[in-house]
Design a protein around this ligand. Structure first.
Ligand SMILES: [Fe+2]
Ligand SMILES: [Fe+2]
Length: 168
């Protein structure tokens, strides 16, 4: 039973750590499935950042004695299951890149929401050092989302996925 904001905050940290760990395993596949070089690089860059995100959550966990046994973020599991399903349904090229963009945006928005909440809880509880670390990650999640969107609107979607797909 969760009865205090402290406990709820620790639960949020556990959930984020599980989400990041799952994403860490999936990002190399998302990069490998990308045809567009910019998209591939965006996923590779975010893989490096995601290592930092896990490390920051690790610092926070050590600080408060938070354990991570038997915790699974079901929301991230679902997002990644959908991603795998859509990858299996498409062939390499613009449409598969569009699948990766759609998934990438969903994943980043989920993380942005999670870090925004965790940062607000940390501030409310007086854990300023935690809030600073969570804010660094929050900024990087926002930048990753913006990068994916820029690739989509600046190139892949601008010329029309369906039109391109129908010519391949
Ligand atoms: Fe992250
Ligand atoms: Fe992320």
């Amino acid at each position: 039973m969760i009865t205090t904001l402290d406990q709820l905050y620790f639960e949020q940290i556990r959930d984020l750590y599980s989400a990041e760990t799952q994403l860490l395993a999936m990002l190399p596949q998302m990069a490998a499935h990308s045809t567009c070089p910019e998209l591939r690089n965006a996923f590779k860059d975010h893989l490096q950042e995601t290592h930092d995100h896990c490390a920051r959550l690790g610092y926070i966990s050590d600080r408060h004695g938070i354990s991570h046994q038997a915790v699974s973020c079901e929301a991230m599991r679902g997002l990644l299951l959908e991603t795998k399903k859509h990858l299996a349904e498409t062939v390499p090229g613009d449409v598969r890149d569009a699948v990766l963009i759609a998934s990438g945006n969903r994943i980043e928005h989920y993380e942005i929401a999670g870090y925004g909440v965790a940062k607000a809880f940390a501030n409310c509880l007086g854990y300023g050092d935690d809030a600073d670390l969570l804010d660094q990650t929050l900024q990087e999640e926002g930048d990753a989302d913006a990068t994916i969107t820029k690739i989509a609107t600046g190139g892949i979607f601008r010329s029309g996925v369906n039109e391109m797909a129908s010519h391949t």
